[in-house]
Design a protein around this ligand. Structure first.
Ligand SMILES: CC(C)(COP(=O)(O)OP(=O)(O)OC[C@H]1O[C@@H](n2cnc3c(N)ncnc32)[C@H](O)[C@@H]1OP(=O)(O)O)[C@@H](O)C(=O)NCCC(=O)NCCS
Length: 191
């Protein structure tokens, strides 16, 4: 691991492991669910081999040309060791800016795991010098909007999407959270 920001994290119920190739085996079935890609330009992985290769490329935590941190963590439920999705951040080298993303596989949704995992990543990045976190969320994505607002992200703009998904250019909200910003629950801590 060559990004100093890519360290193991922990919350009350979860361990967040820096992504490794082997996580593909546990996540493959769940992460292929089409419902995870309704508002994403990404597509479900076509094969386990492709997912393993993708995760292997993400292991170092750096972009291929080394000018950004590419951080991905896999949240694991401590109680039963199940891998439940991923949280990710693309961070500028000067730490002025991070763009975040996340997905929780359907079987594990609506139990607070998404907020717990994204909250842990957000707290970690802001505590380690990142100035601003930015999430781009489709206006129809009520689950993601609720998650971001619960974690103290503030809506700063609503605009035509940069992306065309299924032939349609949607409308996105921009959400940001800054270092020192408010947050409703603060149960996470670095492990
Ligand atoms: C967004 C996502 C990660 C939420 O994960 P989750 O583990 O179900 O979220 P949580 O259980 O922590 O819920 C967080 C908040 O969202 C709300 N929520 C969750 N799913 C919801 C849904 N389907 N509809 C409405 N609200 C929902 C919860 O009630 C909670 O709000 P509250 O704090 O006001 O009670 C998950 O739905 C997902 O993976 N979606 C597909 C991928 C995606 O859209 N990623 C984000 C792209 S911007």
């Amino acid at each position: 691991v060559s990004s100093f920001l890519l360290v193991p994290l922990a919350t009350a119920r979860l361990r967040l492991e820096p992504i490794r190739e082997h996580h593909a085996d546990a996540l493959y079935d769940g992460i292929r669910d089409p419902s995870l890609y309704t508002y994403e330009t990404d597509e479900p992985p076509r094969t386990l081999r492709a997912l393993r290769s993708r995760y292997a490329h993400l292991e170092p935590g750096r972009s291929p040309n080394e000018d950004q941190h590419w951080l991905n963590w896999v949240p694991i439920v401590r109680e039963n060791e199940r891998a439940i999705g991923f949280v990710q951040a693309t961070v500028a080298d000067d730490l002025t800016y991070a763009s975040i993303g996340y997905a929780i596989v359907p079987e594990f949704q609506r139990r607070g795991y998404g907020a717990e995992a994204v909250g842990a990543m957000s707290d970690h990045l802001l505590a380690n010098g990142v100035s601003v976190l930015h999430a781009v969320i489709d206006v129809r994505n009520t689950a993601s909007i609720a998650l971001a607002e619960r974690l103290g992200f503030e809506r700063t703009a609503t605009r035509r999407s940069d992306d065309v998904i299924g032939g349609v250019r949607g409308i996105d909200h921009d959400y940001v959270r800054r270092a020192g910003g408010a947050r409703r629950n603060a149960e996470s801590s670095p492990s």
